[in-house]
Design a protein around this ligand. Structure first.
Ligand code: DCM
Length: 133
C-alpha cells in the first residue's frame, strides 16, 4: 500500500507551542498531539494543514515551513510536521472535534503533557528546529 501523509502543525504564538488532547479514538484519548490530520487525495499538505486547523480548532492559520523529518504512524500513515501561525484576526483555538483540551506550552512546559508516543520525536525536532527551550 502506498504511504499516506498526516500533516500536523507546530502552531506557535508568542513563543508557546499549541498542544491538543485527543478525545478519540479510545486508544489515543487523553494523550496530546500536534493538531492535524490526513492529507486528502489531490490536496497539498499545506492546504490540508489549513483545513484541519480550521475544522478541528476553528482558527485561520498560515503554514510556514516543513520541519525536517518523517515519523511512522500506523501503516500506511506517516507524520509530517509544518510550522504554522495564526493569521491576524483569527479566532482563538477551541477544541471543536477530536480534542477535549488545548494548551499553549511555554518551552519549559512542553514535556508537562503526555504526548502520543509517535509525536514525541516530532516534538523534539520542532523544539530544535524552532530553537524553543
Ligand atoms: N496522528 C498522530 N499524531 C498527530 C496527528 C495525527 O499520531 N500529531 C494520527 C492519529 C490518527 C491519524 O493520525 O490515527 C489521523 O489523524 P486524525 O484522526 O486527526 O485525522
Amino acid at each position: 500500500m502506498s504511504e499516506r501523509i498526516v500533516v500536523a502543525a507546530a502552531l506557535v504564538d508568542g513563543g508557546r507551542l499549541l498542544a491538543a488532547r485527543r478525545s478519540a479514538p479510545a486508544d489515543l484519548a487523553g494523550r496530546w498531539e500536534l493538531p492535524g490530520g490526513k492529507v486528502e487525495a489531490g490536496e497539498s499538505p499545506e492546504a490540508a494543514l489549513v483545513r484541519e486547523l480550521h475544522e478541528e480548532l476553528g482558527v485561520a492559520a498560515e503554514p510556514g515551513e516543513r520541519v525536517p523529518g518523517r515519523w511512522p504512524l500506523r501503516a500506511p500513515f506517516v507524520l509530517h510536521v509544518w510550522t504554522a501561525r495564526l493569521l491576524p484576526g483569527s479566532a482563538a483555538p477551541e477544541p471543536l472535534e477530536d480534542h477535549d483540551a488545548l494548551r499553549w506550552l511555554a518551552p519549559d512546559r512542553i514535556w508537562d503533557v503526555p504526548w502520543l508516543d509517535q509525536d514525541v520525536p516530532a516534538v523534539e525536532r520542532v523544539i530544535a528546529h524552532l530553537g524553543l527551550g
